[in-house]
Design a protein around this ligand. Sequence first.
Ligand code: ADP
Ligand code: MG
Length: 241
Amino acid sequence: MTQPASAVRLRDVTFRWKRGPRALDIAMLDIAAGERVFVHGPSGCGKSTLLALVAGVLSPTTGDMQVLGQSLSGMTSGGRDRFRAEHLGVIFQTFNLLPFLSITDNVRLGYDFSHQRRARVTAAQGGAEGAIARLLAQLGLAPDMRGRAVSALSIGQQQRVAVARALIGGPDLVIADEPTSALDAGARDRFLDLLLGECDAAGSTLLFVSHDLGLAEHFDRSIDLAQLNHASARDEDMACM
Ligand code: ADP
Ligand code: MG
């Protein structure tokens, strides 16, 4: 699809967990298509909640939320699942890999449910297998490992599989929740180079969350969520512990 000018647009969005305080209250947030945005803030200030809303995993309690020009607020949860599969690449904090599938099969899940992403990998040099092999090689996963079940991998290796699954087929929007927390400094820099390079090549918008402020310089813009989120300012002692 043609990318709209705005990749993410929130207006007066609030989110409250069933039994908790209000976790998010954001008057306005706009992320342009192709922009690479770094979101930071202390633990508990709502970073993962914001990403879950943008990914359509959660739905706002109130307010208007648009992603890639489409209103998520008006979609059913099944509709949001299909929208996410088609357009988003998500690196979850806990990876969410399928443990008994191989590395290659986990990466394939990144485009299997997306017409657009499948078309891109099929058109790539060497077809889908070539696209997977190239990405895994860039991430330092050796060819002889690719048939191995991901449950047999180290945490660092599992994370690289999760990254390959999110990036394969150049999704319109890539969302990453603390993806560098398990990496040492050298691996972290290589990882960021790869992530930013792949997003550039595909024209993907990138929304990247971390509490590590040292990473901010690699991005077009950084957002301090503790400032933006009025819920965390008001409920500071509860929300930002
Ligand atoms: P961060 O990612 O910045 O550490 P989160 O978005 O995970 O913060 O959490 C924001 C707030 O929502 C916190 O107060 C947290 O305790 C609360 N919260 C997170 N997940 C849940 C949940 N599943 N149920 C209830 N409250 C939650
Ligand atoms: Mg979090």
